[in-house]
Design a protein. Structure first.
Lengths: 113, 116
């Protein structure tokens, strides 16, 4: 196990609703990233937080937003849910630096109906 | 733009045989390459990385990967496959130009099936 925990593990929401996913980083890690993994695809980068500030963003609309807290835990918020938002959402924590590996949580499976 | 490609959707091998899962990359500058494995309904587990140095990188669970700059490849290998190696394997490259502290760009994944 990586020490990165995500909650909840599964979630069903209705189109148009809002959702908050949570992630607890591995001890000692100061960077958290969120990825969306659609069925049959590789993970796609949503955004990254470092020292409680967004530090890079992938090709996702503003209704995807996040927070990082002083204890390095993090939230992913998605507003106005769409059917295509159904996916596995993965949180990854790491030390800052390009040569460090990221450690992933088990993911939150979001289904939008 | 930086990218990785995994040309095989699925690889089938017999237990005890060597396995190779292929990955090619396209980057500007030096590549930072990673392999991850994903078991059903689980997150990704780190296997190994290439940053610099020896072209043969050893990782977890007996896996290794060979970095080949001239062929822009980073193939994952294991000398003797186990049934328990059956999973989804992802190759990834660090995005050095995306403005973050280097997020990962993943391939589409290769499903490895090891039969007894």
């Amino acid at each position: 196990e990586t020490g990165v925990t995500q909650s909840p593990t599964h979630l069903i929401k209705t189109r148009g609703q809002q959702v908050t996913l949570r992630c607890s980083s591995q001890s000692g890690h100061n960077t958290v990233s969120w990825y969306q993994q659609a069925l049959g695809q590789g993970p796609q980068f949503i955004f990254q937080y470092y020292r409680e500030e967004e530090n890079g963003r992938g090709n996702f609309p503003p209704r995807f937003s996040g927070l990082q807290f002083p204890n390095y835990s993090s939230e992913l918020n998605v507003n106005a849910l769409e059917l295509d938002d159904s996916a596995l959402y993965l949180c990854a924590s790491s030390q800052v630096g390009v040569n460090t590996e990221a450690f992933f949580g088990q993911g939150t499976r979001l289904t939008v109906v | 733009a930086q990218s990785v490609a995994q040309p095989e959707d699925q690889v089938n091998v017999a237990e005890g045989n060597p396995l190779t899962v292929k990955c090619t990359y396209s980057v500007s500058g030096n590549p930072y390459l990673f392999w991850y494995v994903q078991y059903p309904n689980r997150g990704l587990q780190f296997l190994l990385k290439y940053i610099t140095g020896d072209n043969l990188v050893k990782g977890s669970y007996g896996f290794e990967a060979e970095f080949n700059k001239s062929q822009t490849s980073f193939h994952l290998k294991k000398p003797s496959a186990l049934v328990s190696d059956s999973a989804l394997y992802f190759c990834a490259v660090r995005d050095m130009w995306g403005g973050s502290q280097g997020n990962l760009i993943f391939g589409k994944g290769t499903k490895l099936s090891v039969k007894p």
